[in-house]
Design a protein around this ligand. Sequence first.
Ligand code: DC
Length: 223
Amino acid sequence: MSTGTEFLIVAIDGPAASGKSSVARNLAQRLDFAYINSGALYRAIAWLAAMHHIPPDDIAAIMSRLDQTSFEFGIRNKELFILMDGTNPGTHLREHIVNRTVSIVASAAEIRAFLLIQLRAFVRYDNLVMEGRDIGSSVFPYTPFKFYIDASPHIRAQRREAQGFQDDLRYRDLVDSSRQSSPLALVEDAYRIDSSTLSIDAVVDRIFEGLKAQNFPLAYLQR
Ligand code: DC
């Protein structure tokens, strides 16, 4: 499948607290690509539902609320920006209520179908490093540049604790990887990196090696 554009996509998937956000952001800076954290869009919808006291599994009510909400997002200064009814939900996206409900919201096929279209549209604007759960498997399955960042459960729990967030990783892993609609999975053509004992820079170095092996345009790697 061709996108009809010249823009490149690096897909970074993996479970929560695997280090993929720090790695994806750092990689995007080194490549001078836009960095899109797709989880932030799922979180924004979970936050919208929480604000309106809608249970996370009441998908009809969430879709109807989305319909009545001005939900704008795009790329600004090489990063994702989100506005909900004119307000940046940024500071709320890591709240406990969002951590607790986002996997349920993200497991709904209607929500995923809605965001899939929006996520795919980003490629019209810039070269991308996009991170999430299904970027290599579902959003951009045709990109040859796919990475899966993992870490041991123990290390992931430690990382979340150090960030000061309450997050039931075991529960989110279970929901994210067992849902029917584009679950978290390691696809065959992704390059898996275990970040448990590696620094962010070391993971990004490995990604560079993987990109070279996939004939990624060298000019971007030499910046
Ligand atoms: O990466 P994150 O922890 O911020 O993602 C929040 C939730 O959103 C995660 O539990 C699963 C969901 N998600 C998803 O289903 N698909 C994506 N591409 C990104 C996130």
